[in-house]
Design a protein around this ligand. Structure first.
Ligand code: GDP
Ligand code: IMO
Ligand code: MG
Length: 427
């Protein structure tokens, strides 16, 4: 069975928790896009793990994890991450990295920072070099993990081609110093070669074989649908395709049957970085959600912008991903609110006329002008936190869930009511 599990909002929906929850049923957990911009948190008892590149399935001994070709790989970050959990988990024979994954190199991070600094409307990136690394990939200037095993001469000539343009841009356009010479970069990346060698392989072949043997494969999405480079709030997006169909491109599995696409949807919305966010709350309720939900970036520590649930964008995400069922997370964060709002449509003024939209407009400028049309639902007095069964939830919480299901046209099959692995209600 092949599952794709991904976020239907702007990221940080609780994907890692869900993937950890499902992982024991899967032989492989695969990252297929994004890079160290992801911040995936798993709580197991008192322990907290934050993954940026290693798939969240690593915590289950019997599960193997794969970093696919669609990921951009920062070797420094990966090695640090491996080091940080090396006492808890083993990697030998369990971690596989595609030789076709593009590397994030120091100059990608310099460019990311320089661009953000100079931009009139910065994106608010994670500064992990993601955009410049994907740009090199499509510009055919990228260096892939497998290239580290080329002769030093061949590797140097590739590096020169990529580096020269960056150095020129940084110095002449961005007016910055270039912190490292090409020789220093070469020396640095050669250090990773030996450490990573045991894990590098043709991961597409590994996964094709696994699929042929009917092994269970779970794809772990990073970021969220509204950050997808095609379907997100462009240009306030990340530089990869985050949607479910990309799982196959980013892993080389071919057009196999995907049994299930699970959409991870937070019971409210958050966004980190810039860009339109129609239901954003800049008041004390937004503050409440941030505090209750611990909404601070796992990668950058930035406070996350918070707002009400948005049916318009979630329905859109269900469409572009082919979501078949929903895993609703962080319901417990709404405990204690008197009332809860849900945006069921937008209103926008076009040519002096007010129009109602139930589908997001194409441009971010228009999305920014959209005013949510809210339905107000009652909050609940009791707690959902830690509840184990659906019927034990306060009736208003059940009503909230059923209202969302009706609006979204999908079953909410699982509800997460706390950060621990065990805080899940299955329906
Ligand atoms: P991801 O990027 O989608 O994996 O999500 P993050 O890890 O960046 O952010 C989600 C945060 O919410 C993490 O700190 C999780 O531990 C936490 N979390 C996940 N599910 C729940 C839940 O149901 N309730 C609460 N209170 N916290 C949760
Ligand atoms: P996970 O997997 C939330 C956002 C950044 C910025 C935009 C582009 O933890 O859900 P980038 O560094 O990718 O070029 O930044 O995308 N962003 C995320 N927001 N969660 C993430 O990952 C994100 N990864 C990138 O804040 O707005
Ligand atoms: Mg995150």
């Amino acid at each position: 069975m092949v599952y794709v599990v991904l976020g239907t909002q702007w990221g940080d929906e609780g994907k890692a928790k869900v993937i950890d929850y499902f992982s024991h049923q899967f032989d492989y957990v695969v990252r297929f896009q994004g890079g160290a911009n992801a911040g995936h948190t798993v709580h197991v008892g008192e322990k907290k793990f934050v993954f940026h590149l290693i798939p969240s399935g690593i915590l289950h001994e019997k599960t193997q994890v794969v970093i696919g070709n669609g990921v951009v790989l920062d070797p420094v970050c990966l090695l640090e991450e491996m080091e940080s959990i090396s006492r808890e988990v083993s990697f030998e024979g369990r971690l596989w990295i595609s030789n076709k994954a593009h590397l994030v190199l120091p100059y990608h991070k310099w460019l990311d920072a320089a661009k953000e600094k100079k931009a009139k409307n910065p994106i608010g990136t994670t500064l992990r070099g993601i955009g410049p690394a994907y740009a090199d990939k499509v510009e055919r200037l990228g260096i892939r993990l497998g290239d580290l095993f080329l002769s030093e001469g061949d590797l140097t000539s590739r590096l020169e081609k990529a580096y020269e343009v960056k150095a020129f841009l940084l110095q002449k356009y961005y007016g910055m110093d270039v912190p490292m010479t090409i020789e220093e970069i070469l020396r640095e990346i050669l250090q990773y070669r030996e450490k990573l060698a045991p894990y590098v392989t043709d991961t597409e072949r590994l996964l094709q074989k696994a699929a042929a043997e009917r092994r269970n494969i779970l794809f772990e999405g990073a970021q969220g649908t509204l950050l997808d480079v095609d379907f997100g709030t462009y240009p306030f997006v990340t530089s990869s395709n985050t949607v479910a169909p990309y799982a196959l491109v980013g892993s080389g599995l071919g057009l196999v049957d995907v049994a299930n696409v699970v959409g991870i949807t937070k019971a409210y919305c958050t966004r980190v970085g810039e860009g339109p966010f129609p239901t954003e709350l800049k008041d004390s309720t937004g503050e409440f959600l941030r505090k209750q939900g611990g909404e601070y970036g796992s990668t950058t520590g930035r406070p996350r912008r918070c707002g009400w649930f948005d049916v318009v964008i979630t329905r859109y995400a269900i469409g572009v991903n082919g979501v078949s069922e929903i895993f609703l997370t962080k319901l417990d964060v709404l405990d204690g609110l008197d009332e809860i709002k849900v945006a069921v449509g937008y209103e926008i003024e076009r040519n002096g006329q007010r129009e109602r939209l139930d589908y997001p407009p194409q441009s971010w400028e228009e999305l920014e002008q959209c005013k949510p049309i809210y339905v107000t639902l009652p909050g609940w007095k009791g707690k959902t936190a830690g509840v184990k069964r659906y019927f034990q939830l306060p009736s208003e919480a059940q009503h909230y869930i059923e209202f969302l299901e009706m609006q979204l046209g999908r079953k909410i099959s699982y509800i997460s009511v706390g950060q621990d692995r065990t805080d899940v209600i299955e329906r």
